[in-house]
Design a protein around this ligand. Structure first.
Ligand SMILES: Nc1nc2c(ncn2[C@@H]2O[C@H](COP(=O)(O)OP(=O)(O)O)[C@@H](O)[C@H]2O)c(=O)[nH]1
Ligand SMILES: [Mg+2]
Length: 359
């Protein structure tokens, strides 16, 4: 599962990628247009509580994979670069679109003046166009071979016409309602406007404090598209991250930041992939495990170790919330809130799990 970071050139994609993953890929004008991959920890305040309780030797947060993509330059990209870009987007499970709301003395904004909303629309238009062309091409092909059309082809044509209609209204294919039969065809196209989407607005200090031009419209547009919007200040957060821990807190308090924007971005990305966390706890390690919502206990056990999945007997489970409320595992047990669950139990976000298994 991979989240592609997309955006116009010089909006702070690589800076954000470095912040998220701890990498140090080149940033700024002239950095080579290359794809960079890396993984990022997903901060979770619940882990802090678990650490204070269990004092483990090791803490392992959940991680997600990011991919820093070369900027899409709608005015200058050659056809080849565009195709490569769209291929990378197609292979991403979710997209994080970065738009620029920061001033920079040496870097003029793409559209002359700062316009994050226009940047957002420009990117959406690229995705839209890719889907629209694909639908059109496929429909043409179906029509060309229309003479002896089989029922599957009829179904496909009907589906594509629905797609086309929706796209013509400038809507996204994520809004389609599909039957399971249609879904089975639809999924093979790899459409782009169905991908989970996060909008990261990269701010400067004045933006953090007083907002920025077009903020309300941008928020409205994001909401209308069902897109999570996260505001981050990449440059400032780079500077903060370089400080000793104690000073980091002071600096953030000065700016009125409760938690780093990057933490919220990682969390939003995690949610956009449909992931939830269960925890394993103990003196050795406190760990968050990412699973898709809907995963059963036996499958979840397989994340920890294939032996545990194979030899699964049962799972002893209590809820993080109960632990936080009652203060200790013993109290949770006393309150009768420790449960035994079988292999088909659907693991919930925040479940603290101990697997029983035989090898
Ligand atoms: N002032 C300011 N500069 C930034 C910010 N984010 C990135 N930059 C600068 O903008 C330039 C482009 O950043 P980069 O991450 O390479 O953008 P990319 O082309 O989208 O990957 C670099 O010189 C960064 O130092 C920010 O939030 N504020
Ligand atoms: Mg870059």
């Amino acid at each position: 599962m991979e989240i592609g970071i997309i955006g116009l050139p010089l909006v702070g994609k690589s800076t954000l990628f470095n912040l998220l993953t701890g990498a140090s890929v080149p940033t700024g004008p002239g950095s080579e247009p290359k794809v960079h991959r890396g993984s990022a920890p997903v901060p979770d305040p619940r882990l802090d509580f678990l650490v204070s309780l269990y004092r483990p030797r090791k803490l392992t947060p959940a991680r997600i994979e990011f991919k820093d993509l070369p900027g899409l330059d709608p005015r200058h990209s050659e056809k080849e670069a565009r195709i490569r870009f769209l291929e990378e987007v197609r292979n991403s499970d979710a997209l994080c679109c970065v738009v620029r709301a920061f001033n920079h003395p040496e870097l003029p904004p793409y559209f002359g003046s700062l316009d994050p909303l226009k940047e957002f629309r420009e990117l959406l238009a690229e995705l839209w166009l890719a889907d629209y062309s694909l639908v059109e091409k496929r429909l043409e092909r179906l029509h060309a071979g229309k003479k002896k059309s089989r029922p599957e082809q009829e179904l496909e044509r009907h589906l594509l016409e629905k797609c086309q209609e929706l796209l013509e209204e400038e809507k996204f294919l994520s809004q389609l309602h599909l039957t399971s039969e249609e879904e089975a065809i639809f999924i093979n196209y790899g459409f782009l406007t169905v991908k989970p989407f996060i909008l990261a607005v990269n701010l400067d200090e004045s933006g953090l404090q007083g907002g920025y031009e077009g903020r309300e419209e941008l928020r409205r547009e994001a909401e209308a598209r069902g897109v999570q919007l996260v505001e981050v200040a990449a440059q400032i957060e780079m500077e903060i991250a370089a400080l000793p821990l104690e000073e980091q807190r002071l600096f953030m308090a000065d700016l009125g930041l409760k938690e780093p924007g990057i933490a919220r971005l990682a969390q939003a990305a995690y949610r956009s992939l449909g992931l939830i966390s269960f925890f394993t706890v103990g003196e050795d390690e406190v760990r968050a495990w990412p699973i898709k919502a809907g995963t059963t206990a036996r499958r979840a056990a397989g994340k920890v170790h294939s032996d545990i999945e194979r030899g699964f007997i049962r799972a002893e489970i209590f809820a993080y919330q109960d632990l936080e409320r009652l203060g200790s595992p013993a109290k949770v047990r006393e309150a009768g809130l420790l449960r035994l669950e079988g292999k088909d139990y659907v693991v919930q976000d925040g479940d603290i799990v101990h697997f029983r298994f035989k090898v």
